[in-house]
Design a protein. Sequence first.
Length: 397
Amino acid sequence: MRFLRSARPSSAVRLCAALSMAALSFAGLSIAALDGSQDQPLKIVSPREDAILTGMTELRAEVAPNVAVTTMTFFVDGRLVCTVEAPPFGCPWDAGAVVSGHHVRVVASLASGERLIDNVHTKNVGHTERIKVEAVLVPVIVTDRGKFVRGLKQQDFEVLEDGVAQPVGSLVSENAPLELVLAIDISGSMEQALPEVKVAVKALLAKLRPGDAATLIGFNDTTFLVAESETDPKVREDAVDLLTSWGGTALYDATIFSLDVVNKRWGRKGVVIFSDGDDRHSLTRREAAMRRVQSSDAMLFTVGFGGAAMVPDLRKRLQDYAVATGGRAFFPRDAKQLDEVFGTIIAELSSQYVLSYSPPNPTPESKWRTITVRIPKGRYDIRARQGYRSIGSRAER
């Protein structure tokens, strides 16, 4: 397989070595401190206040159109991360594998000699509840007679592994940012439908909330990474426009690649795999793809489009993928139904909780472990990850 990464717009970013905030002198320079009002000329848009951060995170700020910025400097916990000289104003930062609170500060130097400042504090889940990436993550959707149940707390849930109750280490609520991976079949058979599919995909991406990130993957007999963990709506739309149909279908390869991308993330995440035909070109075997699905901690939604909806064996595989992760499978016959399907998927992912716990006594051999999620004080419908497979001394995610 070949993986092509799309070129991101140049931002003239200069990543700097970590320096102490105390070493910076603002003597003699006026500073325009922000009071958090809606009319503030500088605002941190990523991360959001009280966000839960782990792993690679985008730091991003925006200024009012009439503000002339010469440099934008980002600090985390008093240490300099990067200086950006032109929009878009942002840069990547690694929050690490443990959830903890951080102070994000941005300083915009203006052409007038003044400075603007904004601050954001991310959430600390508490010393006894800090969860490393090695924990088992369990995505959960809770409904009551078809309506999503929001506002549940950690103590409302019970998690059982192979029938044995496990202490819930943390809960990521439905308010936390979402990491979405969207894999679109662009094989030759999609040529006529692709324009309408692009419109539906853009509509799906437009439903994401500020701070949500999307990775766009196109696949045929190869796999293309078109946009990665992108929060800018314009960049996401431009990435969709790059999709062109040709070649065959390698569904299993695309499935594994999509899960590999999203499994690097911690927290609320989901994968949507869209295909219009059976797999005839993957290097990956069907069984290996299913094992990877069972080992993933991302909720997977599958969309069998057009001809794929008519192939019984393919329908079953797509349904098995989704059910194993707590997701759902959809089989629209034409592009006109896609907007409703994608809208349903985003609504479900936007209502998703993520529980975590530490797996007990890993076994030296691969073993399937069943996960059951309950809410003792309510009679709700619950969809959740059905289990995971441990490999060696570490649970495969």
